[in-house]
Design a protein around this ligand. Structure first.
Ligand code: MG
Ligand code: ZN
Length: 221
């Protein structure tokens, strides 16, 4: 990789990317009362913004469920194959990466803490002091983004200098669409893969992290 013109900087989605299944959806399926599915449909079809959708979904869940949700996630949400090897690859190549997730810290941190150090995880915070769970949006949209993301991946990636870095996004879903349009390479599965292919965004598919490593190696040749 010594002939790389720019240093890679990798932005990793969490739900459905680092994890095999979408933890947020799994939580809603297990703990969400009636009404959450309509919010999911409205969010996926972009009828309402991600901020509105995710905020409203968590506001359906009582705060007292916190510990139960954490145990549920630890037991049921699995990390995708090859993720530890990918982290090794980054470490050896001195490649910078950040986990960027519109999910909530209280279930992301317990799953990732043995793999990724805290400063490399950027996500929403959560407040359990009211009756239901409140999302605290720590990374809002900058003045150039009008998508009402809640957690704005676009704005975050914009802070990474394209003059210095080769910016790579690894993701899977509608919450990555905006970010996919401004990075240099997208490595994608599921809806994000289809979206990139349909709109002509350069993309490489992946199923597990060995393919993510390959895509980065190939892209740097
Ligand atoms: Mg995702
Ligand atoms: Zn935004």
């Amino acid at each position: 990789m010594s002939h790389l013109p720019k240093k890679p900087f990798i932005f990793l989605d969490f739900d459905g990317t680092i994890t095999r299944a979408d933890a947020l959806i799994a939580i809603m399926e297990a703990f969400g009362p009636k009404g959450w599915e309509k919010l999911k449909q409205q969010t996926l079809s972009r009828e309402i913004s991600v901020r509105e959708g995710v905020g409203a979904m968590f506001s359906l869940i009582p705060s007292r469920q916190k510990e139960k949700i954490i145990s549920f996630v630890k037991k049921n949400v699995k990390i995708r194959e090859g993720f530890p090897d990918f982290l090794d690859f980054c470490k050896k190549g001195k490649i910078e990466y950040r986990v960027i997730s519109g999910g909530l810290d209280f279930y992301i941190d317990p799953l990732l803490k043995k793999f990724v150090s805290q400063e490399n995880i950027l996500c929403n915070s959560s407040d359990f002091s009211s009756k239901t769970i409140e999302v605290l949006w720590e990374y809002p949209c900058d003045p150039y983004c009008h998508l009402d993301c809640g957690f704005c991946k676009l704005s975050l990636i914009r802070t990474c200098d394209p003059g210095i870095y080769w910016r790579i996004l690894v993701g899977d879903s509608v919450t990555d669409f905006g970010a996919a349009s401004i990075v240099d390479l997208v490595i994608a599965r599921d809806t994000l893969l289809e979206h990139c292919q349909e709109t002509g965004i350069p993309v490489r598919p992946f199923h597990d992290f060995s393919e993510v490593i390959e895509a980065i190696k190939q892209g740097s040749d």
